[in-house]
Design a protein around this ligand. Sequence first.
Ligand code: NOJ
Length: 715
Amino acid sequence: MARMSLDDKIGQMALAQPAEDLADAIRQGSIGGVLNLVDREATNELQRIAREESPHGIPLLLGRDVIHGFHTILPIPLGQAASWNPDLVRAGSRVAAEEASAAGINWTFAPMIDIARDPRWGRIAESPGEDVFLACALTRAMVEGLQGESLSAPGSIAACAKHFAGYGASESGRDYATTHIPDNELHNVYLPPFKAAVDAGVASLMTSFSDLDGIPATAHAGLLRDVLREQWSFKGIVVSDWESIPQLSIHGLTADDRESAIAAANAGVDLEMASDTYARHLAEAVRSGEVSMAVIDDAVARLLKLKFELGLFEDPYGPAIEDAQASRERALQIAHEAALQSMVLLQNNNDLLPLDTNGIDKLAVIGPLADQPYEQMGTWIFDGDPERSVSALDGLRALLGPDSEIVHLPVLETSRSREFVDLEAALEAARTADATLLFLGEESILSGEAHSRADIDLPGAQVELVQRLRAIGKPLVAVILAGRPLTLSNIVDEVDAILYAWHPGCMGGPAIADLLFGVESPSGKLPVTVPRAVGQIPLYYNARNTGKPPLPHTVVDIDDIPVRAPQTSLGMSAFHLDVAHTPLFAFGHGLSYTRFEYSNLEINTPQVAPGGSVQISVDLHNSGQRSAVEVAQLYVRDPVASITRPARELKGFKRVRVEPGQTVRVQFQLHTDDLKFWMRQHGWLLEPGRFQVWVGGNSEADLAGEFELIAGPNG
Ligand code: NOJ
């Protein structure tokens, strides 16, 4: 750094997009990193120029959105979250890192760890869902998978936890919108996944586009300096989001690009993505004293340190490409396993599923998403290889073999089509088939960044298609491919079984076939609440009680309410008149082909002191006929605290395989650190008192117990 001029330093703070004059800019030392260039020859050439021809031979950061796989596409992150399997998520992230690093990428803009409670928001697809505890576990796994044992290990790339902070709370799910997050909620819900990422050694953080209580995150010194640097001692780099620095003046925080550059740099943004306000204004701002030299030096030191840690000074080019090709089979296997474990069996009336391969001479496969290898990969798949993607139709063909007849009729060209094509043929196929599978949902373009929806019902004429098929009177299986939880109220009673496949990635087709035909039992559990109606949103299980919570039996049919009924006749509690207060499917819900029973909850001690743990154990019995995996879940409530706490919070989960007739004792360790909560002006508190616990297969579990946290020596 002592050899670098101010301009050289500011050059390191620029993350540029590919442009014609890129090579020259690198040669001059005015660029520190490039994003969205994935051609290995091109990236290698740029690294060569940086190393051999730029003033100080500093290699480049080469960033890319590797969000759920690179060439081999895994389920969307929300789908991966439904596996509740950090080991599998870690393995998937590793595969993504290896493939990306073989293309010369050394940095990914992942994981996205924004808590999301609004399924209208298109980016819920990229998120770990609504729960803090699950999000923290998956965050650690993703960071570990991407970064490996060390950043310089072959196949490792730097991770970037994003978007710091609060983006998931965008008002009404409109992307980029303002967020309203009270301080307690920010610390208890939105920040913990970022703390988990920092503790796991994440190399970088990205600021959010959103505005938090009047300060856009990209200029939020309270977040970027006080929380991140001071409270958490984060030593990695902070990057802006795409042009989020010049956008500060569109928000109305600054008058122009110059002020924006100063605000972002002073708040602690080390690297500017895509725009060039730093390049144009920082040097002068340092000379005028509006940005101190220390701010620049700190940023550049962190950027250089990351490049050293990545081993870019020794080898800026990444491992040879053949290595990645050799592991392609392994990548596909992991994608297959991830797809299998991500799918959630929401409903299975009369045990319609699994189907029996021997019982199928003729299968009707209907709906717009049965044979869409591209669409099933989901959002953020810039580098996904569509050739690797196997549709459900092909998966079914491969599983059933040539002896079964499969009649495939999409009927709707896309999920949004309103015109039926070959409807009569589809109805006839359903009439004569041994089983009818309906592939419904939304294409990948309907979720993701800037792709929010106000109405999250099945689009187009899909509901009508279901109704027409229903009229035939034969059992119906719906497989839903989507980037978000959709409101399914208008089909839930029309179909017998619902397998929620999300956008399951390239091996979604074989995984769907395996699950429908019972090669494996579904084990996914919802990482988000599925609302009945969009008007219920936000609806999340870990809400706080009101003073008037709805009673379990509070169900009102608006049609039955008499006119002139007295005001208090329906009870006075928190519910809508025209939709039940409950979700359609609760957080943590997911059925299996076997039956699981929970009993004998034991807590090893009635009292625990701060710093200790309680051990909670239950019997998990498989009373069905099949070997299957259950995700056992532990929920806790702090019933009396200085600030009101959620009615339930997930504090542990375990994936357990249980054989038919077998009983497994499942144990959870609950540390008193997990009982802490943040309170404004006090920080993290651990308050003595009674704690309730529940264990079961979803957030409505009713097997209960309790223990007491006693005061520590200091009260
Ligand atoms: C904008 C998105 O918000 C961010 O998540 C992404 O990494 C960047 N664009 C780069 O593509």
